[in-house]
Design a protein around this ligand. Structure first.
Ligand code: EPU
Length: 419
């Protein structure tokens, strides 16, 4: 298992190019199961999660060919039973369920595991598919779904914490080949859901309302192949923006979609960070003294839970009290104890983290617990005096393309070391 050795205290300077969005490409790859024709997806980030989804599609019988930052997928023939171990490992793999059911009228996939950020149930996915006419059983760790035919329905996908991103993706994909019209109420509005709708439309699907809480899908008989370029990763862009601000540097983030990042940019400005937008590029630099801020994570267009951990590091540097309230995942504070090892003063009170900021961080060995926690620890290491060893960075490789190379280009002293 690799670790990242960071010698901190160097402000980041320069330009960084943002890769395609992990959370957009995973459901888009799954959507290729809806057609026997070839599909090409471009601006595909080289990530272990993407490789993993490629393996899952291959295990279902699809031909998958990666070529630089594009992938060609053709699912001429598809098996309805996914490899138990492969699927179980990655949460994003649940979005093969909708397409398999729509294409084959039966699907058997292992339940995706829970993970350190919360229990992550799939009840809303199953509820939506049942309302489209699927019979679903959970047996021996598998979700087994069958249907004589999927039929469009009016359904409500809101849960305890609001809409579900992958649930919306799953139902939208299943509905493309259903008989009649499906109306998804309380649909997730995330840009990744919109990108999936754009891809599905390019395949011949009839979808409207994506990006709003009401999505309408009119079922069609078949879908065809399509060529699509994935949107830039707003979470990667936000991570670099926070890193630039935290280290007191100046970074131009290129090839991004600032219009997908309003909540993050607004909070950075409130914290005293200078942010300039110029088309698809963003320049971020520390304006002066950092100010404390309060954040509540919310579904899009609110502040994203996937940037909460990174922002916490910036808060530890801002003199005063900042409060983060996590409203999406109940236990997404695993990073707190590790950031505290570097000298941060953070207390957890129910769903909130109270950060007493204005601390000077100093390097220490820390352990990454999940993808975004790892990103936060890397930012903390970049700020801290001395050396920080971030262990288990395979989490980072799941979601950040070439993060060490990108950071090095910005002047960071980082090195990947094998344990
Ligand atoms: N929920 C339910 N029932 C369900 C599904 C979700 O109660 O059937 C709850 C969840 O427990 C959570 C909330 O609804 O409290 C929202 O979860 P959601 O379903 O939206 O999450 P997801 O679709 O599984 C995606 C991203 C996550 C990101 C969340 C929220 C992918 C592959 N994953 O997960 O990304 O945090 O949306 O925006 O798209 C990451 O990239 O690090 C990451 C965790």
């Amino acid at each position: 298992m690799d670790s990242l050795l960071i010698k901190g205290g160097v402000p980041l300077h320069g330009e960084v190019r943002i890769s395609g969005a992990k959370n957009a490409v995973l459901p888009i790859m799954a959507a290729t199961l809806l057609t026997a024709e070839p599909c090409t997806i471009r601006r595909v980030p080289q990530l272990s999660d993407v490789q993993f989804m490629g393996q899952i599609l291959k295990s279902l019988g699809a031909e998958v060919q990666f070529d630089g930052d594009s992938v060609s997928i053709q699912a001429k023939k598809v098996r309805g039973v996914g490899d138990y171990e492969l699927i179980r490992k990655m949460r994003g793999s649940i979005c093969i369920l909708g397409p398999l059911l729509a294409r084959l009228r039966k699907a058997k996939v292992s339940l995706p595991g829970g993970c350190v950020i919360g229990s992550r149930p799939i009840d809303l996915h199953l509820k939506g598919l049942r309302e489209l006419g699927a019979r679903i059983e959970i047996l021996n760790g598998y979700v087994s779904a069958t249907t004589r035919k999927l039929v469009g329905a009016d359904l409500f996908l809101g849960g305890r914490s609001g809409p579900t991103v992958l649930g919306t993706a799953n139902i939208m994909m299943a509905a493309t080949l259903a008989d009649g019209i499906t109306i998804i109420e309380s649909a997730a509005c995330e840009p990744e859901v919109v990108d999936l709708a754009v891809f599905l439309r390019a395949m011949g699907a009839k979808i409207s309302g994506e990006g709003s809480p009401t999505i309408t899908v009119t079922g069609v008989k078949t879908l065809h192949g399509a060529d699509h370029e994935v949107i830039p990763d707003r979470i990667e862009a936000a991570t670099f923006a926070v890193a630039a601000a935290a280290t007191g540097g100046e970074v131009t983030i290129q090839g991004s979609r600032p219009d997908h990042m309003h909540a993050v940019l607004d909070k950075l400005r409130e914290a005293g960070v200078r942010v300039e937008r110029n088309g698809t590029s963003l320049t971020v630099r520390r304006g002066g003294r950092l100010k404390p801020i309060d954040i509540t994570t919310l579904p899009y267009s609110g502040f994203p839970t996937d940037v909460q951990a990174q922002m916490m590091v910036l808060m530890t540097l801002s003199p005063g009290i900042s409060i983060i309230t996590e409203r999406i995942f109940e236990s997404r504070f695993m990073h707190v104890s590790e950031i505290s090892r570097l000298g941060a003063d953070i207390a957890i009170e129910g769903p909130s983290a109270i950060v007493k900021g204005g601390k000077r961080l100093s390097g220490a060995p820390v352990m990454a617990s999940d993808l975004r926690a790892s990103a936060a620890l890397v930012i903390a290491g970049l700020v801290a005096r001395g050396s920080t060893l971030v262990k288990r960075i395979y989490h980072l490789d799941r979601g950040y393309e070439n993060i060490d190379a990108k950071l090095k280009k910005l002047g960071a002293r980082v090195e990947r070391v094998a344990d």
